[in-house]
Design a binder for this molecule. Structure first.
Ligand SMILES: [Zn+2]
Length: 117
């Protein structure tokens, strides 16, 4: 029954990963069936919960991994669409059916059918 020494796990609350952030948003948004995640080329992210009709179920949150605040670029342009590198919806369990997903994605993220496969 050796108890390995744990490295101190205190402080550092700026290190919130994307997954933890998604879970926090879902927890705070009872209406939400998913969270829209938009990643920017600078490393910042924009997130918002969406409800079953594809309407926003939370306010839009911008954050940056391991940082107190978003970068100067984002503070200036508020996350310009031109700098988006990836966007998707993280579905909460149980996930809606395919048709509903497609519908909501189109509504929330726009119709981007020309993505590289
Ligand atoms: Zn940024």
């Amino acid at each position: 029954m050796a108890s390995p020494k744990n490295p101190s796990s205190s402080g550092r609350n700026a290190e919130i990963g994307e997954q933890a952030m998604i879970e926090a948003i879902l927890e705070g948004s009872p209406e939400a069936i998913g969270v829209a995640v938009i990643r920017f080329d600078c490393g910042c992210r924009k997130m918002a919960a969406v409800d079953k009709d594809g309407e926003p179920a939370s306010k839009i949150i911008m954050y940056r991994d391991q940082a107190e605040s978003i970068c100067p670029q984002c503070q200036q342009d508020n996350g310009d669409i031109m700098r988006v590198t990836k966007q998707f919806i993280h579905w909460a369990a149980p996930e809606p059916d395919m048709a509903a997903k497609t519908n909501i994605e189109a509504k929330v993220l726009g119709t981007q059918t020309h993505q590289v496969h």
